[in-house]
Design a protein around this ligand. Structure first.
Ligand code: GLN
Ligand code: ZN
Length: 763
């Protein structure tokens, strides 16, 4: 009989209970015991929610991050946080968030002040983990207390527990060797600790342990392949059965390796890696369990259960007891419960499934495999009705949009002239000084702005009142910028809650949830808009605001838009067409906005692509294909304008070396990037030949409350001028200023403008 299991459950809570409890604890408003009690309550609730499946994950709960939990379990704490005399949970939060020696928290002044661990994305998800730190001297020491406690709790509640661990090879691979030493040299020291941990779990009566090794879906060199063999041969002696879990992609050339590691079972992502499955059947030793992740753990759509069964039934015939089924990956990446949604468009809601609904789908699939489809014919019929309603809905299918996509051609993405010919025309019109100054778009989202928005949403402020409040804010930021003496102004984005949601709300084909929260890191959650249908723009989205802002000043006002790739990468997207098609649809819609802005007399238009890099596939061999359609989408959006119109783009990260050719191919007249923390070295990627257009390397780290000095900015820009000709440089912050206070922004920008004047004087 087919076994069902789950790889992980969202820990944040259907109402983001964990978020609020953490934040209240950090502020000193509630006790550690209250926080721990809430953790236990959430675990209990979530185990109950999963009671219908055969094996339930334990150890997937973490107060901040499961990778950081693993670091504590392995006794791998950065040197700087050792010797803390406070509570272990506080030490854990110190590593996660850092602690200033000036803070009011316990031990801050003595042993407490410490820098936070670095954070980065967990594979290709929007979940961020705390990067394990290594040196050649790293030693590991087991502290199984956390997982054993949770296991005891689970056992006491009668949960059919399957502990979940981050696997040793993945753990090493996602960490950072602070001294550039060879991380793999640590494997022999790490494995005995894993073996000890497995024995400790076996001693508690655990039968199966899930060990996550998503690294297996990436390209591995011989050393890392070898590490897998070493690791699992070492762990072979453990008295538990290991389910080796891979997810997020295809195993491809790692199939044979994955199939033949000496473990009792293998889980594969049968959504992203479906093509691996049939070849795996013949590679897999006959005693092994094959777990198929048949329900998508990365999106919020109902599964087509009949289609899954069509594929699965013959496999079940072949595998019998050896077949397990599960979601493709941990459900950490989806919201908890669709039933929470009260305001979601009813038709769209019908097509969706959050974590709890996905587990129900799993139950139905298992029942159909065990007892025949008839045993669950009502459930299957209801599912089929939703699937075909979605497939045939006129809200999903817009023939006009489909026809426009069919007509796409490269000419749409082509500027009329090359940069060298456009630049003098733009210069003649804009009359900017050398080292022109600008900002990235947003100004502080003040309490007044937030108040007006919430009053408007609650219906206590009418549309005219809201508009007046936003115009007042725009007026304020325009005036501030004139006083500061900036050269190209922005309207400040007061009217935007979020750079993606703002556009999604105005585009047809998008829906918004109330409770579709997904953990991004720690207590931070995001609520991605839901791209469900063909995208179109019923009317202009930003033109009135920009026109208003332009009417207040003689200086050029930048139109401000979010680009198609970023909108796509920060949304839940359709599973019924390739991402590239959704992206092209967004591109056509934003292109119309660009052309409308131009028609309204806007001479500078910025199209943010903050998340372009995030969409890169896990395997480098697949990067180019993504970059091709991503860049094409940007070009379609931006490049329909006249030579005189200056296109800016902005990207807030600092790794460009490996994608610079594609970035250059976007052909924006000006790109503003994050550089202040990397001391301009990243501009090496942008040198003369690789990036031919203008660049604004950020000189003000907006993530920090520190005010950059004029000298520091001058010094940074001089470094920049060693790498990029001065006449192609702009002076600007790293990113938007919405999270800062005016009291920080004004002195910082004062210094920035003064620095630009110094640079001009000495040019
Ligand atoms: N224009 C946006 C802003 O200034 C850009 C934000 C971003 O790149 N993340 O806020
Ligand atoms: Zn940015």
């Amino acid at each position: 009989m087919t076994t069902t299991h789950n790889l992980g459950f969202p820990r944040i809570g259907a109402r983001r209970e964990l978020k609020f409890a953490l934040e209240s604890y950090w502020k000193g408003e509630s006790s550690r015991d209250a926080l721990k009690a809430l953790g236990a309550e959430l675990r209990q609730r979530h185990w109950q929610d999963q009671a219908g499946i055969d094996l339930v994950p334990v150890g997937d709960f973490a107060f901040y991050d499961q990778v950081l939990d693993m670091s504590f379990t392995l006794g791998n704490l950065p040197e700087r946080v050792r010797g803390f005399h406070g509570d272990t949970l506080d030490n854990y939060f110190r590593v996660a968030r850092g602690r200033s020696a000036q803070s009011a928290e316990d031990h801050a002044g003595c042993c407490g002040g410490v820098a936070a661990g670095e954070m980065t994305k967990w594979f290709d998800t929007n979940y961020h983990y705390i990067v394990p730190e290594f040196t050649s001297a790293t030693e590991f020491k087991l502290d199984a207390s956390r997982i054993l406690e949770q296991l005891a709790e689970a056992k006491a509640q009668g949960v059919k527990a399957k502990p979940v661990l981050v696997g040793p090879v993945t753990y090493l691979s996602i960490g950072k060797a602070k001294d550039d030493s060879d991380k793999l040299a640590l494997l022999p020291r790490l494995l005995p600790v894993y073996a000890e941990l497995l024995d400790a779990l076996a001693a508690q009566g655990v039968e199966w342990v899930q060990i996550d090794e998503p690294l297996l879906v990436t390209e591995l060199d011989a050393d890392w392949q070898h590490a897998f063999n070493t690791a699992y041969h070492h762990l072979k002696a453990a008295k538990v059965k290991i389910l080796l879990a891979t997810y997020f992609g295809q195993l491809l050339e790692n199939k044979y390796l994955a199939a033949n590691l000496p473990v009792a079972g293998l889980h594969v992502d049968a959504i992203n890696g479906r093509d691996d499955v049939v070849p795996l059947l013949s590679m897999l030793p006959a005693h092994k369990v094959l777990s198929l992740g048949v329900i998508n753990g990365r999106n919020i759509w109902k599964s087509d259960l009949a289609a899954i069964l069509d594929w699965l039934e013959p496999l079940a015939q072949r595998l019998g007891e050896r077949l397990w089924i599960a979601p493709s990956c941990s459900l950490l990446h989806v919201p908890v419960d669709l039933a929470s949604e009260q305001k979601l468009d009813a038709e769209v809601k019908w097509w969706l499934a959050y974590a709890l609904q996905k587990l129900e789908e799993l139950r139905v699939l298992a029942a159909a495999l065990r007892h025949g489809r008839d045993a669950v014919k009502d459930e299957l019929a209801a599912n089929q009705a939703a699937i075909s309603a979605r497939r045939n809905s006129p809200r999903v299918n817009n023939p006009g949009v489909k026809a426009a996509i069919a007509r796409l051609n490269a000419a749409l993405g082509q500027r009329k002239s090359v940069y060298a010919q456009r630049a003098p025309k733009q210069a003649a019109l804009l009359k900017l000084p050398a080292y022109p100054t600008t900002t990235i778009g947003s100004f502080p989202q003040t309490a007044e702005i937030r108040h007006a928005r919430s009053e408007f949403k609650a219906g206590r402020l009418d549309a005219a009142g809201y508009k007046a409040a936003m115009q007042a804010e725009i007026g304020r930021s325009v005036k501030e910028q004139e006083v500061l003496g900036l050269d190209v102004l922005v309207h400040g984005e007061a009217e935007r809650n979020d750079m993606v949601e703002y556009f999604g709300e105005q585009l047809d084909g998008y829906a918004f949830s109330q409770f579709g929260w997904v953990q991004s890191y720690g207590s931070r959650c995001v609520k991605p808009p839901i791209l469900f249908g063909d995208i179109s723009r019923p009317k202009a989205m930003t033109v009135e605001w920009i026109k208003y802002a332009q009417s207040l000043t003689q200086k050029p006002m930048k139109g401000m838009l979010t680009g198609p790739v970023t909108i796509l990468n920060w949304s839940f997207v359709r599973d019924d067409q390739p991402r590239s098609v959704s992206c092209h649809q967004l591109a056509l819609a934003i292109r119309e906005e660009v052309l409308d802005l131009e028609k309204a007399g806007v001479r500078v238009i910025q199209i943010d692509e903050a998340a372009l890099r995030e969409g890169l596939p896990l395997r480098k061999s697949q990067w180019q294909e993504y970059l091709d359609w991503a860049v094409e989408s940007f070009r379609i959006t931006a490049n329909g304008v006249r030579d005189e119109t200056q296109i800016h783009t902005h990207m807030c990260y600092s790794e460009f070396n490996d994608i610079i050719a594609s970035i250059a191919d976007m052909d924006a007249d000006v790109i503003t990037i994050e550089t202040s923390r990397s001391d301009m070295e990243l501009l090496d990627a942008f040198d003369n030949f690789k990036y031919p257009n203008e660049i604004g390397p950020g000189v003000y780290d907006i993530h920090s409350p520190n005010i950059p000095s004029q000298e520091h900015i001058v010094q940074l820009m001089r470094k920049a001028a060693e790498r990029v000709p001065a006449e192609r440089l702009w002076v600007n912050p790293d990113c938007g200023l919405k999270t800062r206070q005016w009291a920080e922004v004004v002195p910082a920008l004062t210094n920035m403008v003064a620095a630009a004047k110094t640079l001009r004087a000495s040019a």
